[in-house]
Design a protein around this ligand. Structure first.
Ligand code: UD1
Ligand code: CA
Length: 460
């Protein structure tokens, strides 16, 4: 929008969160709450987006580096929402038209509602337009005081009278303002209230007193303008986003056995006919194909699974890739760019770190594969360990196509097992094994006849 500017307030301490982390960086279904606000803002294609930061400003700015074209202004100390808007004055000195004020702690507001706000604001030519909502529990919000149906002022919870507290129409903290004369008017706001803060909502009474028009837009779904001020509110918000996410997945043909215990982050993609069992957690930038089956208690973060992948119960998969037809679990841990080829099988208590396994390779029991490059159709016996760390650096183990690694083998990296080679059970592989060779290192077995009986005699 050509003459729309956006200011996002995010300088507050978030005292009620009881956390050292900046409030707006707390995560709602896998993304920082301010990320939702910035997405809605960006959808309007505004001329500028200014973020007011203050408390832990550098952490916040660092966390937002992925957002191109944001301007930051610093509010120090934080003296209230009116004071926060004033710090953006210099950034908007050349701007004309409308400024939309968003709150970094109101994440569910949609771009559609913001478009309605701008449309209402511009067609009525108002000095200010406030987004409001009717809610069952207005506690904590500013209340909209109307006289003859027109908004007269906004009163904060702490300053409200008994009667005002009974008002169910609340201030969302989201407004559109005509930039003309805005900052001069905001400067006239006083901090005469219970919190000794400069309240931006006081601007409404000031404009009405001066005979300038103030309009309201009321949202249909009050969840859209829910603010987050405490941990329970944060958890409730995540629940809303997750419920919407699993509902959307089910609409698209994903089978969610128990939506109440299924945790899917906002940006995760899941294909049709994939089954999510109870207690599954899909996080970050995870993408899962069609016809997969994700077992109970499994957590998959920032990973890509192709079609027809089976994840049995209780697996942890982070930053990894699984190709089609592969099966993992139960109790498998994949991490740091592990990559499993087509039809690979990795089973009970196997950890794969920064390793690739070629198509059809199997490692079914009690194994650690780290920094390994493993070909296709390799069989890795139970209890195999790639000894990848020599105390100073990580070394690579290479196992070529079709090799057979017997149970209880240690591969001391750097080392290569050649194509089709066999490694006997209990071998410590310190040197390369040529293609087609058999490697054995275990000593010859001795049996001492009658040893048990002899021992009993000496102990009696
Ligand atoms: C505010 C409104 C209230 C409204 C509610 C909606 C005021 C005085 N009250 O209350 O009417 O119902 O939002 O959610 O505005 N911030 C700064 N600098 C400051 C103070 C706050 O940047 O000095 C930022 C905060 O980081 C936050 C936003 O402004 O993102 C709102 O501040 P907060 O303290 O949460 O206001 P509420 O008490 O929720
Ligand atoms: Ca708030």
């Amino acid at each position: 929008m050509s003459d729309v500017h956006i200011v996002v307030l995010a300088a507050g301490k978030g005292t009620r969160m009881k956390s050292v982390r900046p409030k707006v960086l707390h995560s709602v279904a896998g993304a920082p709450m301010i990320d939702y606000v910035l997405r809605a803002a960006a959808e309007l294609s505004p001329r500028s987006i200014t973020v007011v930061v203050g408390h832990q400003a550098s952490d916040l700015q660092a966390a937002l580096t992925g957002w191109a074209g944001l301007a930051f202004v610093i509010q120090e100390p934080q003296l209230g929402t009116a004071h926060a808007l004033l710090t953006a004055e210099s950034a908007l000195s050349q701007a004309r038209g409308t400024v939309i004020l968003l709150s970094g702690d109101v994440p569910l507001l949609t771009a559609g509602t913001l478009e309605r706000l701008v449309a209402r604001h511009t067609t009525t030519g108002a000095a200010a337009t406030v987004i409001t909502a009717m809610v069952d529990e207005p506690y904590g919000y500013g209340r909209i005081v109307r006289i003859d149906d027109r908004i007269e002022r906004i009163v904060e919870e702490k300053d409200a009278s008994e009667t005002e507290r009974r008002i169910h129409e609340i201030n969302s903290g989201i407004y559109a303002f005509d930039l003309e004369g805005l900052f001069d008017a905001v400067r006239s706001i006083a901090a005469e209230n219970a919190q000794r803060e400069y309240y931006l909502p006081d601007l409404i009474a000031i404009y009405r007193g001066r005979g300038r028009a103030v309009e309201t837009v009321t949202v249909v779904d009050p969840d859209e303008i829910r603010g987050i001020n405490s941990q329970p509110e944060l958890a409730a918000m995540s629940r809303i986003v997750r419920d919407a996410k699993t509902a959307a997945l089910m609409t698209a043909g994903v089978i969610v056995e128990d939506p109440a215990t299924t945790y899917v982050d906002r940006d995760v993609e899941v294909g049709q006919d994939t089954v999510l069992r109870p207690g599954v957690s899909l996080q970050g930038r995870t993408r899962i194909g069609r016809n997969c089956d994700i077992g109970s208690g499994s957590r998959i973060a920032d990973s890509t699974l192709a079609d027809q992948v089976t994840v049995l119960d209780h697996c942890v998969v982070c930053d990894s890739t699984i190709h089609s037809g592969a099966q993992i679990g139960p109790f498998v841990h994949l991490r740091q760019t592990a990559e499993l080829g087509e039809e690979v099988k990795v089973g009970n208590f196997v950890e794969v770190k920064k390793s690739t396994l070629g198509a059809g390779t199997k490692s079914m029991h009690l194994t650690y594969l780290g920094d390994a490059v493993i070909g296709s159709k390799v069989n890795i016996g139970a209890g195999t360990i790639t000894c990848n760390y020599d105390g100073t650096a990580k070394r690579v183990t290479t196992i070529e196509d079709g090799a057979f690694i017997g149970s209880d083998t240690q591969l001391i990296a750097p080392v290569t097992v050649g194509r089709g080679a066999y490694v006997g059970t209990g071998t410590t592989v310190r040197q390369d094994v040529p293609p087609g060779a058999l490697a054995v290192s275990a000593g010859k077995q001795r049996n001492i006849e009658g040893w048990v009986e002899e021992r009993k005699k000496t102990r009696s």
